[in-house]
Design a binder for this molecule. Structure first.
Ligand code: ATP
Ligand code: MG
Length: 264
């Protein structure tokens, strides 16, 4: 196992009951890198990140996250920010935005302890990073879906993670907000050296930012630099249709070839 890997999988298979969700995955995600994970619905992307976080235990194979078996992460767990695909939060409960962000600190300070001024300052700083400070005193229920999503990301950032895992964070965001999110996630990566794992369907947009892309379809279909991965047969293998990228200015776009487009 490499010391400098943020996440390392060796021959990892994960099953739900008897149904395989991931098969024989071996991959090493270096510390400080920005990885995109793509693949069709049900291809195991969320399963992959939950396994890395220790929320699921592999049926076979070895996982190391920040150099540890995920179950033994202990205090290192506080170095990981995670935004789940479907965040569970009761938005009808009266909570201010700042309190929601401070929830990210409960691992450090305990659930019923009062927040100190320094905790609140950290929460404000996290809101700054997602350009939501002006909403700090608002009720979470009074925000739009995209604004709530940013607050949940701030909650993941409040611990100052060295590893940030975002599972389809742009699902509730409009195109402009999604691009804005990629921009500042990229800034966290470039300025703070944060390792970023981003699960997404926005292949074209994200390939502008990431160092590497992993294509999952239960097994690891391909991984590597976006240009190499996305120009090969991996998209065809993943999506079952001919697809290719072409440059359009600086932004690559994915197109599905006409002869295959109607098949599936
Ligand atoms: N809790 C569960 N119990 C049983 N099967 C599950 C469970 N969660 C996921 N699965 C199955 O495992 C496979 C992989 O699911 P996963 O959620 O990892 O896919 P995904 O790539 O994240 O999909 P999406 O793009 O829709 O988010 C799917 O076939 C799914 O039905
Ligand atoms: Mg998913």
């Amino acid at each position: 196992m490499s010391m400098s890997a943020a996440i390392e999988f060796r021959g990892v298979s994960v099953r739900y009951d008897h149904l395989p969700a991931l098969e024989n995955i071996s991959v090493s995600i270096p510390s400080g890198s920005f990885w995109g994970i793509i693949g069709p619905n049900g291809s195991g992307k969320s399963t992959f990140v939950k396994t890395a976080l220790g929320l699921l235990t592999p049926y076979e194979g070895d996982v190391r996250t920040l150099g540890r078996v995920p179950a033994d992460l202990g205090s290192l767990r506080a170095r990981i920010g995670y935004v789940p695909q479907y965040a569970q939060l009761d938005f009808s409960f009266p909570l201010q935005v700042i309190d929601v962000v401070a929830m990210g600190l409960y691992g450090e300070i305990g659930l019923f302890r009062r927040l100190t001024r320094s905790h609140r300052e950290r929460a404000y700083r996290a809101l700054d990073r997602v350009q939501m400070r002006e909403f700090a005193d608002r009720q979470i229920s009074a925000l739009s879906g995209g604004q709530r999503q940013r607050v949940l990301i701030a909650r993941a950032l409040v611990v100052d993670p060295s590893l940030l895992i975002l599972d389809e964070p742009t699902a509730a965001l409009d195109h402009g907000s999604a691009e804005g999110l990629y921009d500042w996630v990229n800034r966290l990566h470039e300025e703070d050296g944060m390792t970023i794992i981003l699960v997404t369907h926005d292949i074209g947009v994200v390939s502008q930012y990431v160092d590497s892309i992993a294509c999952l379809n239960r097994s690891l279909v391909a991984h590597g630099r976006p240009r190499d991965v996305l120009s090969g047969d991996s998209l065809e293998e993943m999506y079952g249709c001919g697809a290719m990228l072409f440059g359009h200015g600086d932004v690559p776009h994915m197109v599905v070839s006409a002869k295959d487009a109607g098949k599936k």
